[in-house]
Design a protein around this ligand. Structure first.
Ligand code: PTJ
Length: 243
């Protein structure tokens, strides 16, 4: 238990959520290390949603609302940190949910699906036999279920660069949430949100509730006016300045 007065309470609480997720068998060993890398970048952006992330979140939510078959891809870290938010965002933008793991294991897939169902998901794809294969991707992560296969827009929090690239090569629009603006995922995604997933997801739910009431032209404009390369360059400048 971290005392309420501890100056790093928020950050340590998030860390403990992940450790608990690891103990429950949701998070991969490497997921703990990946979180540490994320924490370091979060420190550099001031552990807050910067304006560049806000713009990316608006564009991402607009893209999800405009999509025909959007899907949220869920891994161990995401399931451990924000299962309820995944389900709520999926409901608000009418997206499918698919478990897709880098370190694949049927047991972990089932546990992740169970926690998402407990959080209110009716259907969770990606558990057990996968019938489709992402082209030009060597890892077992290439095997996917129908939701990802048929999707036109995919939200991939904490993704690996290879799959982002392969999904984009299949013609899908990829939205990444990644605190590292230099990662291959960040560089290859259609829209990259450089924000902590624990802030990004609630922000996106609130935005989705607002934007879904807007006229289509206005929602379109959030997407067309967004430039991922420019946004990432601005994040990099901010990090350099803060150092
Ligand atoms: O559950 P699995 O088997 O699918 O494995 C998941 C991990 C995360 C272990 C796997 O996808 C992996 O190895 O990812 P990477 O290549 O380490 O990339 C993770 C990225 O997420 C890094 O660039 C981190 O900076 C970033 N990251 C870590 N924690 C957060 C984050 N981004 C946003 N919010 C976080 N809380």
């Amino acid at each position: 238990m971290i005392p309420k007065t501890h100056p790093r309470k928020k950050s340590l609480d998030i860390r403990h959520r992940l450790v608990n997720g690891f103990k429950q068998g949701l998070v991969a060993h490497a997921g703990l290390i990946a979180h540490g890398r994320g924490e370091a970048f979060d420190y550099l952006i001031g552990e807050k949603t910067i304006s560049e992330a806000r713009k990316a979140e608006e564009a991402a939510v607009a893209l999800l609302l405009l999509a025909k078959k959007p899907v949220i891809s869920v891994n161990g870290n995401t399931a451990s940190l924000c299962p309820r938010e995944v389900v709520q965002l999926a409901k608000t933008v009418n997206a499918g949910i698919e478990v897709n793991l880098f370190y694949r294991g049927r047991g972990r897939e089932k546990k992740i699906a169970a926690i998402l169902k407990k959080a209110g998901a009716k259907k969770v794809h990606g558990v057990g036999v996968k019938t489709k294969k992402i082209k030009n991707l060597a890892s077992p992560r290439a095997l996917i279920d129908t939701a990802l296969w048929e999707s036109d827009v995919v939200l991939v929090p904490l993704e690996d660069g290879d799959r982002t690239e392969a999904l984009a090569a299949m013609g899908k629009k990829v939205i990444a949430i990644d605190l590292n603006p230099l990662s291959r995922t960040a560089q290859k995604a259609t829209i990259t949100i450089v924000d902590n997933i624990v802030r990004a997801m609630p922000n996106m739910i609130a935005l989705a509730e607002r934007l879904r009431e807007e006229k289509r032209e206005k929602v379109d404009r959030y997407v067309t006016s967004f430039n991922n390369k420019r946004n990432l360059a601005a994040v990099e400048r901010l990090i350099r300045k803060s150092l």
